[in-house]
Write a protein that binds this ligand. Structure first.
Ligand code: HEC
Length: 137
């Protein structure tokens, strides 16, 4: 069972957006670059990982959403200045954000964190490595 699905079932605040998440995952199963294999996703690029997982809650433009729950904008987000913070949140979750440590491997977390830190109006130059993510598990 995909841990995100289990989480989505339990989550109350994420119920509406979880629908989008499941749709994204279902679409992913049809397209080779985003195939689900077991409980993992195969996507390797930060952009594809973002589109497969993060955007269901944080939105395609990373502006976040407010309604049934609060999904913070990642666009222009000063909290991404230190890479440790997004790595921590993606690994462990935080309040309404599910932990994704079981779904994404170290390289995938590094890629998606590097992606959000260098897109959506964020211009942080330093790159996180898979080894740095591994050290935080
Ligand atoms: C199921 C919905 C959901 C998914 C999927 C999700 N997030 Fe989140 N995320 C949240 C919520 C809700 C919060 C706010 C948590 C809080 O209130 O502390 C959050 C917070 C964050 C934060 C902290 C932002 C801040 O300003 O404190 C980061 C960074 C983040 N998410 C990155 C990601 C990345 C990268 C992905 C994809 C790998 C992702 N999220 C996938 C729901 C989600």
């Amino acid at each position: 069972m995909n841990p995100l699905f289990t989480y989505a079932k339990r989550a109350t605040t994420a119920t509406l957006l979880a629908g989008g998440l499941l749709t994204a995952a279902a679409q992913a199963a049809d397209e080779p670059p985003m195939t689900l294999s077991g409980s993992k996703i195969a996507a390797q690029s930060g952009a594809t990982i973002y589109q497969s997982i993060c955007q269901a809650c944080h939105q395609a433009d990373a502006q976040g959403a407010q309604g049934a729950g609060f999904y913070p904008a990642l666009a222009g987000n000063m909290k991404l200045a230190a890479a440790d913070f997004p790595v921590y949140v993606v690994l462990n979750g935080q309040n309404g954000m599910p932990p994704l440590r079981g779904l994404l491997d170290d390289a995938q977390i590094a890629e998606v964190v590097n992606y959000v830190r260098s897109h959506f109006g964020n211009h942080y130059q330093d790159q996180v490595t898979a080894e740095q993510v591994a050290a935080k598990r």
